[in-house]
Ligand binder design. Structure first.
Ligand SMILES: C[S@@+](CC[C@H](N)C(=O)[O-])C[C@H]1O[C@@H](n2cnc3c(N)ncnc32)[C@H](O)[C@@H]1O
Length: 367
């Protein structure tokens, strides 16, 4: 069966690596802006273990648009039975109701496409159309210029929505982007020590923990520390004992509950990222979404990026990886060259919410 992984612009190589790394018997057919098409013969449940795509759909059809009549004929020709069977294998609560999600960059009138598919699918399937509830059988029309991709979402909510994320500060990262950063830094390895000294609401630390790593970090803002702890607690990792967590400023004990993994260490505290008391050469990876743009203002971005990078060079092991998302890649590149010997730098330009930040990965071989 063919699937389409929808991705945040610029993360496609990381999503591809995760698909190839986690799924067996998989073949990639297309890797273009914001999407990867692959064939996979394993169970649909395995796909839900992917953390880096924004969403996964079963690909129904892919074709170049010519006119509405041809579009309607393609919709009429869809074989939905195997698709329903596949979805039923992971969700037995599916009802005779469908919704449509449509988007893309194109000159084609998307409203016309939507009307056409709603009418055709209503007639062909006998399913009721739901305008607002996208949690049952959601048909997605993704349009890139003239190319149309039709798919159906596997699960009720898009994959990037995470149950743990109940507390959110301004500037919080989309979980799938945080997962891409962790996956790129760790290359999918587990049991590493990951630090995020700009943890905000803790999305990166939650994703790193979900991927089986020990997590450490903090934020200068006490609200960030509190939100991060609460979001981490929602993962129910923090139930094995006090030693797993820095509870110094916590007034109440965590509730008991089953841990998702073994004894993974977690420590979150209030810190200034430019001067922490983490030990030298302690972490395998630093993964951070630095302040940028309007949502998180700082007085001097150059000195903050410079000094935070210098601190990461001190606390990350030699050969470890520093993975940073920020707006001013030139500052990070300049100081990576200053603090590190012949640094290997990888860069990805992302695109989301009208912004184009850089994801920069540096291997830590200090001078
Ligand atoms: C872009 S946000 C991080 C968002 C986070 N990745 C998330 O998903 O919620 C940047 C964070 O850096 C914090 N920050 C700014 N300056 C800092 C500093 N000197 N030390 C530590 N944290 C700082 C801000 O309080 C903010 O929470």
């Amino acid at each position: 069966m063919k699937y389409i992984a929808y991705c945040t612009k610029g993360t496609e190589p990381i999503v591809r690596a995760e698909i190839l790394g986690k799924l067996k018997t998989v073949q990639i057919f297309e890797e273009e802006d914001k999407r990867i098409i692959f064939e996979y013969s394993g169970t649909a449940k395995m796909l839900l273990d992917l953390k880096c795509p924004d969403d996964i759909g079963i690909l129904l059809d892919r074709f170049a648009f010519s006119d509405l009549k041809v579009f309607s004929e393609r919709v009429l020709g869809l074989d939905l039975k195997p698709v329903l069977q596949k979805i039923y294998s992971i969700r037995q609560d599916i009802e005779a109701r469908f919704s449509v999600t449509i988007g893309g960059v194109t000159s084609i009138d998307l409203n016309d496409l939507k009307k056409e598919i709603v009418n055709t699918l209503t007639n062909v399937t006998g399913f009721n159309y739901s305008e607002t509830d996208h949690g049952n059988f959601d048909v997605r029309i993704f349009v890139d210029k003239n190319d149309i991709y039709l798919s159906v979402r596997l699960v009720k909510l898009p994959l990037y929505k995470r149950e743990y994320k109940k507390y959110e500060k301004a500037g919080s990262l989309k979980p799938s982007i945080a997962a891409c950063m962790v996956y790129a830094a760790t290359q999918g390895k587990k049991n590493l020590r990951i630090v995020d000294n700009f943890c905000g609401s803790g999305t990166i630390l939650c994703e790193a923990l979900l991927m089986g790593n020990e997590v450490f970090g903090g934020d200068i803002d006490p609200q960030g520390v509190s939100y991060t702890r609460k979001n981490l607690q929602n993962l129910k990792f923090l139930t094995i004992g006090r030693s797993l967590f820095d509870w110094k400023s916590q007034s109440s004990q965590p509730k008991a509950g089953p841990p998702l993994a073994g004894k993974l260490k977690v420590e979150v505290k209030q810190i200034d990222a430019v001067k922490t008391n983490w030990p030298d050469n302690f972490f395998d990876c630093a993964v951070s979404n630095l302040p940028y743009g309007k949502q998180v203002r700082v007085s001097n971005i150059t000195t903050l990026y410079r000094d935070a990078l210098k601190e990461y060079v001190r606390i990350v092991k030699r050969g470890g990886v520093i993975c940073l998302l920020g707006s001013r890649s030139e500052i990070l590149r300049k100081y990576a060259k200053k603090y590190l010997w012949n640094p290997k730098i990888e860069e990805y330009k992302l695109g989301f919410l009208g912004q184009e930040p850089w994801l920069i990965m540096v291997e830590n071989f200090s001078r």
